[in-house]
Design a protein around this ligand. Structure first.
Ligand SMILES: NC(=O)c1ccc[n+]([C@@H]2O[C@H](COP(=O)([O-])OP(=O)(O)OC[C@H]3O[C@@H](n4cnc5c(N)ncnc54)[C@H](OP(=O)(O)O)[C@@H]3O)[C@@H](O)[C@H]2O)c1
Length: 436
C-alpha cells in the first residue's frame, strides 16, 4: 500500500470534531477505499484544554492554524475554522505557499478570496477542495466542477440556508410569526445568537457567488448580488402565497441575461407543486439548468457536523486517491486565470412575475387607482383581489396583486406611484415569483 496521506486539521468545532471521529472510526475501510491510509498527524484550535470527547493521543497540537500550515509535515491542510479573513485566511495562504493541498468548508473565505487562492493553488500544483462550502453535504461543487463540463448552464438556483428554510417552513406549518420561529431556531441551535448573516441572505449570497463562478466561468463576485432577507415576511404573505398556489422560499438565483449575469437572493414564491417547494426545514436544494443534461436537482442536508464532515471527507479522499503528476481538476472548474470578469445585469432589468400585497384604507376608488397605476406602467395583471382572510369590516383592507412576467423597473415605478396616493396603511410587500 502507498504511503499514508498525512493531514492536519485546523478547527475542532462542530465539523472538525465530526471529521476526526469519522476518520478514526473508519480508518481501515478508508485505507482500502483510497488505496492508502489517511492519518491525522496534526490539529489546531483555540483552546487546547477543552474536552472535545476526542482521542487526540499521538497527534501534534499547534496553537495556531498558521503555525500548523507552516511547520507540520502534512500533505493536506484541512481548514475548519471559518471566517473570511484572520486565522483561516493566513493559514490557507501559508499552506498553499508550501504547495500543500487544502480542503476547506469556508464559504466566506472563498467568496472573498477564492480566485486569488485558486491562482495560488494552481501555480503551486496544489489542490483546493471545498465541497462542504456550499449546501453542506450536497455534492454540487463536484457536479458543476467535473460532471457538467461541456454543458452551458443557463440558470442555477437553490435553497442554501437551512436556518431560513426552517423558519419559513415553521411559519407556514404552525402559523407562527417570523420572530417566534427565529427564537425557536436559536433554541434548537440552527440560528446563531446574531442571526443577521443568515436571515438577511448574506450566507446564501456567499454560496451563490461560488456557484455562479463554477456555472458561468466568471470571477467570484459576492458583493455584486442583489440581496433581500426574510425578516419582513409575515404570516399574511405566507397564507396569501398558499391561497394562490405558491410557497415562499429564500432562494439564491443566478442566470445569464443579455446584459450580464443576474445574481439575486430574496424571498421567492415557487409553485406549491414544484419539487423545490417540498424542501422543508433545514434541508437544502440546488437546481441546475443546462443545455446538454437538462435539469438537475440535488436535495440533502445542508449543514450539521456529520453532513458537512461527509463532504470534507470526500474532498480528502479525492486527494488520497489522486496520484502525483496526474492532471488535477482546476479549483474553480477551469484554470483560475482564464475566468472572465463578472458582468452584473441590473436588477431593474429583471423580468418575472410579482406578488404585491397592499394594505389600504377602506375607501372608494382605491381598487381602480391601483389598477390604473399598474396599467400606466404596462404591467399586465394575472389577478387583483381583496384578500378575505385578513378582511375586517371598515378597517384596513388587504389587496393582493399577481402580475404576469414584467420588468422590475416597471414594478418599482408602479409601487412608487401607489405609495404617493396616500391610501396605503403600511409599506407594500413585493415578492418575486420564480418559474421552477
Ligand atoms: N456547522 C455547519 O453545519 C457547517 C456547514 C457548512 C460549512 N461549515 C463551515 O465549516 C467551518 C467550521 O464550522 P463549525 O460549525 O465547525 O465552526 P465551530 O463549531 O465554531 O468551530 C470552529 C473551530 O475553529 C477554532 N477556531 C476558531 N477561531 C480560531 C482561531 N483564531 N485560531 C484557532 N482556532 C480557531 C475553534 O476553536 P475552539 O474549539 O478552541 O474554540 C473551533 O474548534 C466554517 O467555515 C463554516 O462556515 C459549517
Amino acid at each position: 500500500m502507498a504511503d499514508s496521506l498525512r493531514i492536519g486539521i485546523a478547527g475542532l468545532g462542530t465539523v472538525g470534531s465530526s471529521l476526526v471521529r469519522i476518520l478514526q472510526q473508519r480508518s481501515k475501510e478508508l485505507a482500502i477505499t483510497c488505496g492508502r491510509a489517511i492519518e491525522i498527524i496534526a490539529v489546531s484550535a483555540r483552546d487546547r484544554s477543552r474536552d472535545r470527547g476526542l482521542d487526540l493521543a499521538g497527534i501534534t497540537w499547534f496553537d495556531t492554524p498558521e503555525d500548523m500550515a507552516k511547520k507540520a509535515e502534512i500533505d493536506v491542510f484541512v481548514e475548519l475554522v471559518g471566517g473570511a479573513s484572520g486565522a483561516a485566511e493566513k493559514a490557507v495562504r501559508a499552506a498553499l505557499a508550501r504547495g500543500i493541498h487544502v480542503v476547506t468548508a469556508n464559504k466566506a473565505l472563498l467568496a472573498k478570496h477564492g480566485v486569488e487562492l485558486a491562482v495560488m493553488a494552481e501555480e503551486k500544483g496544489a489542490l483546493l477542495n471545498f465541497e462542504a462550502a456550499v449546501a453542506g453535504g450536497i455534492p454540487i461543487i463536484k457536479a458543476l466542477r467535473e460532471s457538467l463540463t461541456g454543458n452551458h448552464v443557463s440558470r442555477i438556483y437553490g435553497i442554501m440556508n437551512g436556518t431560513c428554510n426552517y423558519i419559513l417552513t415553521k411559519m407556514e406549518k404552525e402559523g407562527l410569526s417570523f420572530e417566534a420561529c427565529l427564537k425557536e431556531a436559536q433554541r434548537l441551535g440552527y440560528a446563531e445568537a446574531d442571526p443577521a448573516f443568515d436571515i438577511e441572505g448574506n450566507d446564501t449570497a456567499h454560496k451563490l457567488a461560488i456557484l455562479t463562478t463554477l456555472a458561468f466561468g466568471s470571477k467570484i463576485s459576492a458583493d455584486d448580488i442583489y440581496l433581500e432577507g426574510i425578516s419582513n415576511i409575515t404570516i399574511e404573505d405566507i397564507q396569501a402565497a398558499s391561497d394562490l398556489g405558491y410557497r415562499i422560499k429564500l432562494l439564491g438565483v443566478a442566470h445569464v441575461t443579455e446584459s450580464g449575469i443576474e445574481q439575486r437572493v430574496h424571498p421567492t414564491m415557487v409553485p406549491l407543486d414544484s419539487v423545490i417547494a417540498q424542501v422543508d426545514g433545514v434541508t437544502n436544494a440546488v437546481a441546475v439548468e443546462s443545455d446538454i443534461l437538462g435539469e438537475l436537482l440535488m436535495v440533502g442536508p445542508g449543514a450539521g457536523g456529520n453532513a458537512t464532515a461527509s463532504a470534507v471527507l470526500g474532498d480528502i479522499a479525492d486527494i488520497a486517491k489522486s496520484r502525483p503528476g496526474v492532471q488535477q481538476v482546476p479549483v474553480l472548474g477551469r484554470p483560475a486565470k482564464s475566468l472572465s470578469e463578472y458582468r452584473r445585469a441590473k436588477m431593474k432589468s429583471h423580468e418575472g412575475g410579482y406578488f404585491i400585497r397592499l394594505t389600504v384604507k377602506d375607501k372608494a376608488g382605491v381598487f381602480a387607482s391601483i389598477a390604473t397605476r399598474m396599467a400606466e406602467n404596462n404591467i399586465s395583471l394575472e389577478s387583483i383581489v381583496q384578500h378575505s382572510r385578513v378582511h375586517t369590516e371598515g378597517g384596513p383592507q388587504t389587496i393582493i396583486l399577481v402580475t404576469h412576467a414584467t420588468m422590475e423597473d416597471a414594478i418599482r415605478k408602479a409601487v412608487k406611484a401607489i405609495k404617493s396616493e396616500k391610501y396605503l396603511v403600511n409599506e407594500p410587500q413585493v415578492i418575486r415569483i420564480e418559474r421552477t
